[in-house]
Design a protein around this ligand. Structure first.
Ligand code: NAG
Ligand code: NAG
Ligand code: NAG
Ligand code: NAG
Length: 366
């Protein structure tokens, strides 16, 4: 930790001297320790037959009831200590810092697509241009972060503890005066859970309605496959509990709404932006109660109207119930009208979505 503190102080000085106006980004590795209990996840995923069976369990009409319980057999009585290394992109030199948590079948690349012509879709660059610092990171088990066990480590409450630690880290070593959590999809649940017990300055949720009622079409439609079998070149090193979508068009069904996106970005998202997710992640989320009412910070729920997993393909009307979850928030605003599907930032409307987000933050004094 001490050597990192020094590195960050030093990097901040160098960048302040050499670049007066343009903020810069750098890849960082952040070591951290978390200590939380673990669920005993009662799943076996070795091959695509198992992936199909798990999909069926999670999408059955009576999923979550006594007839088809969430596949969790209990929880450890004691916290489990783990050391992880988080791979992140850190941009800017502090002040108000946006912390971006991506969704499943995704990575931190979601926040900064990098094919030629993709600049308009980069929240990272838009936020820097608006004067914010940004940390985007890969969840444990994803991309540049520690490779972890898909059942034992990559669980919702562990990922919330990781975000809690990143917030502390940004405050202590990266001059973060204010923290804004920005989530997408599963990352919105992680961000909301952190915001329910850590003091932060604002919360922006995308790909989110707070309801898991519309998970079925998403889970079934994505066509989960074992990642190491699906693409051994990219994911042969992962354990078979890591899952990915069956193909470009299944992923497009889950994440994009025609005609509001460029096919090239769906192609990029599938072939470059996507990373597998761990099979314990959804069951551990389903087994956790997120205390939305305990969130005090201002909240913006910013939605593509045609979000499949959050809203069953149409958010109009659904977000009234979302609003009602945040009874403790200083401010709660919802937007349900942007012409986009689940991956809001990867639709043509992205620059407008970013403006709405920054306008909200400015109005909250952030
Ligand atoms: C684990 O799941 C199997 C079926 O998939 C079930 O028979 C068994 O009772 C479960 N174990 C526990 C401890 O819940
Ligand atoms: C985590 O790292 C600390 C410091 O290096 C070490 O003392 C501890 O044993 C590690 N814990 C685990 C669970 O590996
Ligand atoms: C985009 O980023 C990935 C991963 O960092 C890299 O492998 C790829 O070469 C980049 N593509 C372009 C066009 O810069
Ligand atoms: C949602 O709230 C708006 C404004 O308060 C109201 O006009 C609309 O009828 C509500 N829709 C549903 C489905 O409850």
């Amino acid at each position: 930790m001490y050597s990192h503190t020094f590195y960050f102080a030093f990097a901040a000085v160098v960048s302040a001297l050499s670049q007066k106006s343009l903020p810069t980004c750098r890849e960082v590795e952040i070591p951290l320790t978390v200590s939380v209990p673990r669920f005993i996840v009662n799943i076996t995923v070795q091959d695509n037959w198992d992936a199909a069976a798990l999909t069926f369990t999670l999408t059955r009409r009576d999923s979550g009831s006594a007839a088809d319980p969430i596949p969790i057999a209990g929880m450890t009585s004691d916290p489990v200590d783990s050391n992880f290394t988080i791979g992140a992109t850190l941009c800017g030199t502090g002040g108000t810092t946006l912390v971006l948590t991506h969704g499943i079948i995704e990575s931190k690349r979601y926040w900064r697509p990098n094919f030629s012509g993709a600049e308009r879709y980069s929240l990272v660059d838009a936020a820097m241009a608006a004067g914010y610092s940004v940390l985007s990171y890969d969840r444990i088990g994803v991309g540049s972060s520690s490779i972890v066990d898909a059942l034992w480590d990559a669980q919702f409450q562990v990922e919330v503890a990781v975000l809690d630690s990143l917030i502390a880290y940004l405050r202590s070593t990266a001059n973060a005066a204010k923290i804004v959590l920005v989530g997408h999809s599963y990352g919105s649940y992680i961000s909301a859970a952190s915001a329910s017990h850590v003091d932060i300055d604002a919360l922006v949720l995308t790909g989110f309605s707070g309801s898991l009622s519309y998970f079925g079409p998403f889970v079934a439609g994505a066509g989960f496959r074992v990642a190491k079998i699906q693409n051994p070149r990219r994911w042969g090193h992962l354990d078979p509990g890591y899952l990915i979508s069956s193909d470009l068009y299944a992923e497009t069904y889950a994440y994009f709404a025609a005609p509001s996106f460029d096919h090239r970005i769906a192609d990029w998202a599938h072939n470059f932006g996507s990373e597998p997710f761990a099979s314990a992640e959804l069951p551990s989320l389903l087994a956790t109660t997120v205390e939305f009412e305990a969130i005090a910070a201002p909240v913006l729920v910013l939605q593509g109207q045609f979000d499949l997993s959050a809203c069953g393909g149409n958010c109009v009307g659904v977000l009234n119930d979302t609003k009602a979850l945040f009874t403790g928030a200083k401010v709660i605003e919802t937007i349900d009208s942007l012409p986009a599907g689940h991956n809001l930032n990867l639709h043509y409307v992205a620059p407008r979505a970013f403006e709405i987000m920054f306008d909200f933050l400015k109005r909250q004094g952030k």
